[in-house]
Design a protein around this ligand. Structure first.
Ligand SMILES: [Ca+2]
Length: 139
């Protein structure tokens, strides 16, 4: 190999390593920041460890999303609002609490059954499957 090409190769490798290091640092800093923000979001939402996840509020959000009454009458189920409410639930245990609260505010209705009835529209939209995925992923 001629010396000039060798130098260019070294510079190239050096640059790649430097960029890799910068990229790695940025990635690490970003993921740490995200973790930090998630912790903060949890604390903001639930007021720290001593307070419980507000299951009743989420149950109400779900019921409102199912009914989705707008200024011109019922608009049908608001699927995105259902997903948003489900994604707020931190654990399976909290989901069970939401189910209990839902039964209370609906005089005994089953959340699992209503999720199916509200999201299975017979058009293979995948809404019900998506809700199931969110629930199944709960720790
Ligand atoms: Ca509905």
């Amino acid at each position: 190999m001629i010396p000039v090409a060798d130098d260019i190769l070294k510079i190239g490798i050096g640059t790649a390593l430097a960029l890799g290091a910068i990229g790695g640092t940025v990635w690490y800093a970003t993921s740490k920041l995200q973790e930090h923000n998630q912790d903060n979001a949890y604390e903001r939402a639930y007021g720290g460890k001593e307070k419980q996840f507000p299951a009743a509020q989420t149950a109400i959000k779900l019921q409102m999303a199912f009914e989705n009454v707008g200024p011109f009458g019922a608009w049908g189920t608001d699927e995105e609002a259902v997903f948003r409410a489900l994604r707020e639930i931190p654990t399976r245990k909290d989901f069970n609490r939401v189910e209990t609260e839902y039964a209370k505010i609906t005089k005994g209705r089953s959340l699992a059954q209503d999720l199916q009835e509200e999201l299975e529209d017979g058009w293979s939209s995948g809404y019900y499957q998506k809700a199931q995925e969110i629930i199944n992923k709960l720790p």
